[in-house]
Design a protein around this ligand. Structure first.
Ligand code: PEP
Length: 251
């Protein structure tokens, strides 16, 4: 990790947690965080729990994140949530282009690009997810796929706004599977992304998170890699104990 980068550990709660469960988890995370910690922590509850979790986190350093956003600020877009609404409810981050959105909801790189721009325009920080499938990795296409996703997803971003950007490398084969990229595999792709970003977004310092079956057992080895600036955590973020251990491993 570059010395000036504060690590970020973000928990993606996906489609989990009722209101009562979300409040309880937010409270536990808040209470268990090291107050002198050098790591930034954020949680991404489902939309239904954003306001409740925001209330639980008031006055704490834990950031609020959304799991997606549409690109328009308002209008006749039934079912969609805008960056304006997410800012209004207290979000700091918005996950964009998660592989589950790409796979189940037809998210494209062009859509990711519009969403990332809209999120930045609203003063929020997009966490833009990229990553290859198992078939693409086995065909030796990993770097090509990641490059294509980044070039298209981040095309035309304002270089000043890009300072707020976070990129998450999440190999699809590692998400929710218990099969983690090795530290060397993750580092290889992160170094590649780091080298590509100046061409795509200019010289902003962009935090690069790794995601894919991060647990308290593998977090330290992954986060020790020089180009990993944090983690996007799914399953292990659903319990405060495991999520807090991962945050501690990043310190
Ligand atoms: C994710 O949802 O972004 C993720 C990485 O999930 P998991 O940690 O469960 O693999």
């Amino acid at each position: 990790m570059l010395p000036e980068i504060t690590p970020l550990i973000a928990g993606n709660w996906k489609m989990h947690k009722t209101l009562a469960e979300a409040r309880a988890l937010a409270r536990e995370i808040r209470a268990g965080l090291d107050p002198a910690g050098t790591v930034e922590v954020a949680v991404a509850p489902p939309f239904t729990a954003l306001a409740a979790v925001a209330a639980e986190l008031t006055g704490s350093p834990v950031g609020l994140a959304a799991q997606d956003a549409f690109w328009e600020p308002q209008g006749a877009f039934t079912g969609a949530i805008s960056p304006l609404m997410l800012q209004d409810v207290g979000c700091r981050y918005v996950i964009i282009g998660h592989s589950e959105r790409r796979r189940h909801f037809g998210e494209t790189d062009a859509g990711v690009n519009r969403k990332a721009k809209a999120v930045l325009d609203q003063g929020l920080r997009p966490i833009v997810c990229v990553g290859e499938t198992l078939a693409q990795r086995e065909a030796g296409e990993t770097l090509e796929v990641v490059s294509r996703q980044l070039r298209a997803g981040l095309a035309g971003l304002d270089p000043v706004q890009a300072a707020a950007l976070v990129v998450a490398y999440e190999p699809v084969w590692a998400i929710g599977t218990g099969r983690t990229a090795t530290p060397a595999q993750a580092q290889e792709v992160h170094a590649f992304i780091r080298s590509l970003l100046p061409e795509v977004v200019g010289n902003a310092v962009v935090r690069l998170l790794y995601g894919g079956s991060v647990t308290p057992d593998n977090a330290a080895a992954l986060l020790a890699q020089p180009d990993l600036d944090g983690a996007l955590v799914g399953g292990a973020s659903l319990q405060a104990a495991s999520f807090l251990k991962i945050a501690a491993a990043a310190a």
